[in-house]
Design a binder for this molecule. Structure first.
Ligand SMILES: [Zn+2]
Length: 263
């Protein structure tokens, strides 16, 4: 493109740097993920990326890869989901210049459905603390085995989605919920008693676990994902029954299509 028709924008912030909620504590050196990441504003090219795949995780990876500003190459597929989602919300505010976000909430007390409009810039960020290393090791109460956990990155989640899709195509009568319960847990298992297991071994291992051990494992895994990122603990009052309602921050169509803006 000729230089004199390239748009030159100087009146708004073009890029911004964000410390990851994980503070880099979940990454190995070979992941090459820095503690802070700089993003630039989206252009039409990235807007188009959003329509290229049906898989949201793939879209997240592509968008962040396109908008990351770094001297050394960074593979956003190596990002953990909570860090990636945090960056996605930051990219939205940086690009669309609005931090208003509407969340549809169902009141657990009276069942009323309403919209809570929040300001993304006001949502607290939970940063990981150094004790995360302890939470990545679980000792099972019954078998006394130790499990090393690993929080899956976007690449792993994309791969899991593909594997599951293939599996359900081949075995359409399999109970989906059961399969998902197994797979979404074993993706977190790195080692059992210091030993790395093959995928099939992991599945057998999970299926033969004592129920109390399994529940302990689940609890440890749930804790890992809730521990960092944009707060999933947002509060508002139900307009109908006036009770306090707590809700999370789901990623919806609203993320890049704010419904009250003319952009
Ligand atoms: Zn209510």
């Amino acid at each position: 493109m000729e230089k004199d028709i390239m748009p030159e924008i100087t009146n708004i912030k073009q890029q911004d740097t964000f410390t990851l909620p994980s503070r880099g504590l979940l990454y190995k050196p070979e992941d090459g993920i820095p503690e802070a990441i700089t993003l630039r504003r989206m252009t039409t090219a990235e807007e188009k990326l959003r329509y290229r795949s049906d898989d949201n995780t793939q879209v997240t990876k592509d968008l962040l890869n396109a908008c990351i500003v770094s001297q050394v190459p960074v593979d956003c597929g190596k990002l953990k989901l909570s860090d990636a989602n945090f960056l996605l919300f930051k990219l939205r505010v940086l690009s669309l210049l609005t931090d208003k976000y509407k969340v549809t909430v169902t009141c657990p007390h009276c069942g009323a459905q309403f919209i809570h409009e929040i300001h993304l810039s006001d949502v607290p960020v939970d940063y990981l603390t150094d004790d995360i290393k302890d939470k990545l090791k679980v000792t099972l109460p019954i078998s006394k085995q130790t499990i090393d956990l690993d929080v899956p990155n976007l690449n792993k989640l994309i791969k899991l989605g593909e594997t599951l899709e293939e599996f359900f195509d081949r075995f359409p009568n399999v109970n989906r919920q059961e399969k998902l319960l197994t797979e979404t847990n074993l993706i977190y298992i790195d080692k059992v008693n210091g030993k790395t297991l093959l995928a099939e071994e992991k599945e057998d291992y999970i299926n033969s676990m004592d129920i109390v051990d399994f529940k302990t494992l689940r609890k440890a895994i749930n804790k890992l994902s809730a521990d960092y990122g944009l707060s999933q603990d947002l509060k508002t009052l139900c307009p109908k029954c006036k009770s306090e309602v707590t809700h999370g921050l789901p990623i919806t169509y609203e993320l890049f299509n704010p419904s009250d803006e003319d952009i």
